[in-house]
Design a protein around this ligand. Structure first.
Ligand SMILES: *Cc1c(COP(=O)(O)O)cnc(C)c1O
Length: 479
């Protein structure tokens, strides 16, 4: 007798699937076939629910706790962006947009066209490619564009100049594109040392990669002069836009002379990205570089959106799919939701929040550069070192207090660096609680440093040997 389940349409499919399966099994060599039943755990639904709920509680995210991870902009991202980006009309799009009939994906092409337009407006750049999948991928694309520009002009360029406070991906990208790196130290105020720059720059310099504001959370005071110097040598100015959150609606890199910019959409424009989640490293270029952009580009002709493969000196495609479409979509929704005023508020509040914490902590920690900060700032655990308390100990103690540690030991130019980025989405109450704990740590490190050394005490794993943990990954944890 057939069960109700088998009679149902799904049941029919399940039975058919079984038949297909049997056919496939017959083709598999006997020696590869399983001889014994799979040992699946016999557990109830309730046990499963408890297992996964408890596992999920071990996750640390912006949705559960404060996450002031400098350089990463771990802000709260509105759930509505996720929800809209999950519409089946978008989810079911074939990822190879370039290979399907344009008429069937007009909506998706329109979104790519519109987000490109909005990002040009925000950055002051001439044109955008949405292809790169992350900041680092954007950097590589940007430096390849730089190389194509110089090759086309017959320039003989060998070097890229990068300040030593830069993110490691900057020199890595420049090296991948075939350039040698000239590293310039920062001066006593945290700016790139302009005198050393003047000594080192020459006709063989292809470009200067600057992060503005820098990874020290400082605005580069000499930026206009640096751009002038670079352009005198026909060196292109590259803007690492990972910190765009600080200057939204305040500064357009294109308007002050930058030639290339990458934007980490997953940092500034609403995509949760903890644990290496999906990203987008959109690249914007000035007029000089439009003819080298990757293809295809979405254009609008007679109210229809089309893919244009005719870019004169294109460097080719840098992504097999059309970028991370869902991330582009979320950025589009986020920008539309916030509007111009909202975006300006983002940067103003991000900068205000960072300065608020800085002002409250600067008497307790060493401050390498005593200036107003932008959206993030770097303090040092140098003062605590005399009691054998290092940045890592502070980070571990914060974990016990349900706060994600700030970025530590980066940027490399600051000893015992602790890099704090509160973002604009945190309440004053959260900031005050964080300040309170940081002050308590500074006091404890004088009175009872062992208490900090013993942290964390509340996590499933205490202090692993981090080098060993990275080399010998153990992905199973018996909790
Ligand atoms: C995050 C970051 C990058 C790299 O971006 P990814 O998206 O992580 O590849 C580059 N520069 C700076 C300053 C960053 O903070």
């Amino acid at each position: 007798m057939k069960t109700i389940f088998e009679k149902s349409i799904q049941g029919k499919r399940a039975v058919q699937f079984g038949k297909i399966n049997n056919k496939i099994i017959k083709k598999i060599d006997e020696k590869f076939l399983r001889k014994t039943e799979i040992k699946l755990p016999e557990v109830s639904e309730l046990d499963i629910i408890r297992h996964y709920i408890n596992l999920s509680k071990l996750n640390f995210s912006v949705d559960t706790e404060f996450y002031p991870l400098g350089s990463c902009t771990m802000k709260y991202n509105p759930k509505i962006c996720e929800k809209l980006a999950m519409q089946k009309e978008f989810l079911n799009l074939h990822p190879f947009l370039s290979y399907i009939d344009e008429n069937t994906v007009q909506g998706a092409l329109e979104i790519i066209y519109e987000i490109s337009d909005l990002l040009c407006e925000i950055t002051g750049m001439e044109k955008i490619t949405t292809q790169p999948y992350a900041g680092a991928h954007g950097e590589l694309t940007g430096v390849l564009l730089m190389a194509a520009y110089h090759k086309n002009k017959g320039n003989n360029k060998k070097f890229v100049i990068i300040p030593d406070s830069a993110h490691g991906t900057n020199p890595a990208s420049a090296a991948m594109a075939g350039y040698s790196i000239i590293s310039i130290p920062v001066d006593k105020d945290g700016n790139m040392d302009i005198n050393i720059l003047k000594e080192k720059i020459n006709d063989e310099v292809a470009g200067i990669m600057m992060t503005v504001p820098s990874t020290l959370g400082l605005f580069e005071n000499n930026i206009k002069e640096i751009i002038e110097i670079a352009h005198k040598y026909d060196a292109l100015m590259y803007y690492d836009g990972a910190n765009l959150n600080a200057i939204l609606g305040k500064l357009k890199p294109g308007e002050i002379g930058f030639d290339i910019i990458h934007i980490n959409l997953h940092k500034t424009f609403s995509t949760p990205h903890g644990g290496g989640g999906p990203g987008s490293g959109v690249i914007g270029v000035s007029k000089k570089l439009v003819d080298f952009l990757p293809v295809p580009i979405v254009i609008k002709e007679n109210e229809k959106f089309k893919l244009d493969f005719n870019v004169k000196n294109t460097i080719g495609s840098v992504a097999s799919f059309f970028g991370n479409f869902q991330v582009l979509l979320k950025a589009f929704i986020y920008i539309i939701l916030l509007g111009k005023e909202g975006l300006i508020a983002v940067s103003e509040i991000a900068v205000l929040n960072a300065n608020y914490i800085l002002a409250k902590l600067k008497n307790f920690y060493d401050l390498p550069y005593n200036r107003k900060c932008m959206h993030e700032f770097v303090i040092s655990a140098k003062k605590q070192l005399k009691n054998d308390i290092r940045a890592i100990d502070i980070a571990k103690y914060l974990i016990d207090n349900k706060i994600h540690p700030p970025t530590i030991y980066f940027p490399l130019v600051v000893e015992e660096a602790i890099m704090i980025e509160p973002t604009e989405t945190e309440s004053k109450q959260t900031l005050d609680e964080f300040i309170e704990i940081m002050v308590k740590i500074a006091e404890l490190s004088e009175k009872d440093p062992d208490k900090i050394k013993q942290a964390p005490e509340k996590t499933p794993i205490l202090r692993p040997d981090e080098t060993k943990a990275a080399r010998e990954l153990k992905l199973k944890c018996d909790i």
